[in-house]
Design a binder for this molecule. Structure first.
Ligand code: ZN
Length: 242
């Protein structure tokens, strides 16, 4: 078995690249990175299935977060949005075939895009390599999304190993939300940035599958009835009641 490049201890990391979609989870990941790494950049992916508002929310959310603390503003560096619509088409065409029915029967949501996080992490690692960053931070979580096999810790450990070998550079994948519930994600946001960060996430992050920015709830904007809104609302309610 080939030996892995030696990984830096967390305190010795050069810097982090955050997979930043503009959603609630990616906002907490960005706050986590700003609190733990000396240099932070962000990357987002447009795979042709996102609403424009979601991509616009990224820009606003980044701005609001960097203004929260002077040290965050100093640490937060560049952002890049990568067009991977070719992958989006490929994933979508797979869904229109018999696999969609099979996935529905196996309990996976039919909105599942096969291998999405694997693709994101390969693209992010290539960018990190060029930018001299050695940690990838992502909001993958196996608590609420146990149906998504590319969100499992085991998958990510294997990919961390594959990326480190394939790039001949120690790469860490940091997933601060892996074992948290949606309510606990709010607790973490509060710990990292207090009420000011919670307020920014509520106001500027976007989660709704339908791209709804018309309806404002105490947990943020959204249609209120799609699965993403239901999950976000339930997490908020549980946190607010605690
Ligand atoms: Zn919604």
């Amino acid at each position: 078995m080939a030996s892995l490049p030696i990984k830096a201890a967390p305190g010795d990391a050069k810097g982090a690249l955050v997979l930043f979609s503009g959603g609630q989870d990616s906002a907490v990941c960005l706050a986590h990175a700003l609190a733990h790494y000396p240099r932070v950049e962000t990357i987002g992916f447009d795979y042709g299935q996102r609403h424009r508002v979601e991509l616009e929310a990224r820009v606003q959310l980044r701005q609001s977060m960097s203004a929260l603390k002077p040290e965050w503003g100093a640490i937060l560096g560049d952002d890049v949005l990568v067009d991977i619509s070719g992958y989006g088409q490929l994933a979508e065409s797979a869904l229109t075939r018999e696999r969609a029915i099979e996935m529905g029967q196996s309990g996976l949501p039919t909105s599942f895009v096969p291998g999405r996080n694997l693709v994101f992490l390969v693209m992010a690692a290539a960018h990190a390599w060029r930018r001299g960053l050695d940690v990838l931070v992502g909001g993958m979580c196996q608590t609420d999304y146990s149906g998504y096999p590319d969100c499992r810790e085991e998958t990510l450990l294997a990919q961390e190993r594959a990326l480190s070998l394939g790039l001949d550079m120690p790469v860490s994948i940091d997933t601060p939300l892996m074992f948290l519930t949606k309510a606990q994600t709010w607790v973490l946001a509060d710990q990292l940035g207090g009420q000011a960060l919670v307020d920014v996430i509520v106001e500027d992050s976007h989660t709704c599958y339908l791209g709804d920015r018309q309806h404002r709830h105490d947990w943020g904007y959204g249609c209120g009835t799609c699965p993403a809104c239901e999950l976000r609302a339930a997490g908020w309610k549980e946190w607010a009641a605690a």
